[in-house]
Design a protein around this ligand. Structure first.
Ligand code: A3P
Length: 332
């Protein structure tokens, strides 16, 4: 069935119109295919699976979100290193504003410093990102094809971070239990759902492929495609690459005084998890989801999947992902 959204008459309009738009978006979402299995039920929109309240926000944002040429958009699937990427991009782009010994990251969670496009700050609504001053750093879990038209061509920079799907899935399973107390899901069931393409913001491979193809088509000039594994193995190189891509390369003087190394250290798993702000307190993701600040940090390792899933499960994921990525040049 074709998925037709109600018209966008509510763009930039009165609160009454916005309420009406909300109602029509809710009604639209309630008619989408729905499926249970993860901690919360998901709906399928344009072949991807979303939590209904996040899709609702997204469809409302889509009506008023205007990408700006100096926007930086950090795109990920959940559990692929979003928190780390937010910390890095924020630190790199704001390094002339803040002293490293008195830095916002020392007292604020990366999710508080870099907002999601489709997840409003607590108490705010979908118009929140429009009021942010330029240059904005924004994050999203949305697939590229669902970002507002013009996002790719307006000059803004998109950084996409992906991860070995097996590690992302293990990370997800742990996260699911934090999302919903008492929730339990076997690894076997999670692997089966994942391999069917039924995962949060999934199918995993399609999400990666969309950004990958754009990064190839634009020779990495619009979309910079990164992997968690390369960030772990050579963070300094990736930090330099990121700074270059974000049009704020490190100067000779900064290189000589070790600024790139300082960025890596400040954003490292070890440093962030040692900070009180990342051990206590709460991150609000929208108006209904509250999570401990520590929920976004677990092990921060590559290859932890071997401790949580069997070799057969690993092979099953690898073979489906390889098959889906065949011919694209992308290897995960
Ligand atoms: P694990 O559960 O495998 O440890 P997201 O931010 O997209 O939700 O991803 C969370 C994953 O990134 C978790 O993986 C978390 O531990 C890891 N992570 C968070 N901050 C990190 C950092 N600074 N360096 C490396 N990994 C980090």
């Amino acid at each position: 069935m074709a998925q037709q959204l109600p018209s966008k008459s509510a763009t930039n309009s009165s609160s009454e119109d916005v309420d009406l738009a909300k109602e029509s978006v809710k009604a639209f979402i309630s008619a989408l295919p729905a499926r249970k299995g993860w901690s919360y039920p998901f709906v399928q929109y344009k072949s991807y699976w979303f939590r209904p309240e996040f899709l609702e926000q997204f469809l409302l944002v889509e009506r008023c979100f205007k990408p700006r040429p100096d926007d930086i958009i950090l795109a990920t699937q959940p559990k692929c290193g979003t928190t780390w990427l937010k910390a890095l991009a924020f630190t790199i782009t704001n390094r002339s504003r803040y002293n490293f010994s008195d830095h916002p990251l020392l007292t604020r969670h990366p999710h508080h410093l870099v907002p999601f496009i489709e997840i409003p700050a607590v108490g705010a609504d979908h118009t929140g990102v429009e009021s942010l001053p330029s240059p904005r750093i924004l994050a999203t879990h949305m697939p590229l094809s669902l970002l507002p038209p013009g996002t790719g061509s307006c000059g803004c920079r998109v950084v996409y971070l992906c991860r070995d799907p097996k590690d992302a899935l293990v990370s997800r399973l742990h996260f699911e239990k934090k999302l919903l107390e008492g929730f339990s899901l076997s690894m076997d069931a999670a692997v089966s759902m994942f391999c069917e393409g039924f995962s949060p913001y999934g199918p995993f491979w399609d999400h990666c492929l969309e950004y990958w193809r754009e990064s190839v088509a634009t020779a990495n000039s619009t979309v910079l495609f990164l992997k968690y594994e390369e960030m772990k193995s050579d963070p300094l190189q990736v930090v330099r690459k990121l700074a270059e891509f974000l049009r704020v390369p490190f100067t000779q003087e900064e290189e000589s005084s070790g600024v790139a190394e300082d960025v890596v250290k400040l954003c490292s798993f070890e440093k962030l998890t040692s900070l009180q702000v990342n051990q206590v307190g709460v991150v609000g993701l929208g108006n209904n989801v509250r999570l401990g600040n520590s929920a976004f940090y677990r092990k921060g390792q590559v290859g932890d999947w071997v401790n949580h899933m069997s070799q057969e499960m690993g092979k099953k994921i690898d073979s489906i992902v390889q098959h889906k990525l065949q011919g694209s040049g992308l290897v995960l």
